[in-house]
Design a protein. Sequence first.
Length: 319
Amino acid sequence: MCRARQLDRPLLRIATRRAGTPARYAGDVRVYLVDGTYELFRHYFAVPSHAAADGTEVAAVRGVLSSMLAMIGGGATHLGVATDHVVESFRNGLWPGYKTGAGVAPELLAQFPILEEALAALGIAVWPMVEYEADDALATAATIAAGYAAQVLICTPDKDLAQCVVGSQVVQLDRRTGVVRDEDGVIAKFGVAPASIPDYLALVGDSADGFPGLVGWGAKSAAAVLSRFSRIEAIPPDPADWGVAIRGAAVLSATLEERRELAMLFKDLATLRTTVPLDATAEHLRWRGPREDFAAMAAYLGVPALAAQAEHMASSLGE
């Protein structure tokens, strides 16, 4: 049964605990982990341009801040945002074709440090990544939060993060469509379990991240083989041992054997790190209201009303 479904409103109503899940969670805490890079890109292309008094483009930052306040207003109490402070990461040293900031509009890239400063002033935990990627920060935070939260919602449609999904406790939320995808939903969409997503991407490639996968391998063939063997390392060299009917299996097997080392490199690129040094404890992620300097930040961005809105929300905490 596919568990990808529309998000109920308000935010706190989404996805109840799966039957049989051990009652080891801290109350009803739900943690929202937001892909700040995705949100900034999304708002950059969705909202009209706006320049601050000094001429700096800030429209996307304004959009993301309004969106975060909407989450808080909808019931989110614990949240953190990960950003790519720079686009390049350690993965660029592993594969020369890995994604870079080339081609990204300078006025978009310039908004990352502004967003990070603004989120911190708003009182939201923010993790600006330099050596690692925002996805690694989200994966790490999800691993930590799963130890205490009733539910962890990774707010991004990025297929890479599907590898972090665990049952119905750690799920993906596409905030634009309202779709929540749990483990059954990942299997329904990709044909493999979350743990096999890095292997799946290694075979089919990920154009967004800049690695091509193996020639001839597509979504159907990768899903069919990995649904049986889970890991690239476990796929037998002889296609007669696969136990699944796949057109062109002999050619696919020969390609895999010839390029297995490359496939393992692609798998490494696709595997998110879960040991990034960051604080994702419940206390750190709990929103307690804006800092004093948020009013000045909101004024700089040309939306002073956001400061009043944040203060009003903060005054309602605990009521």
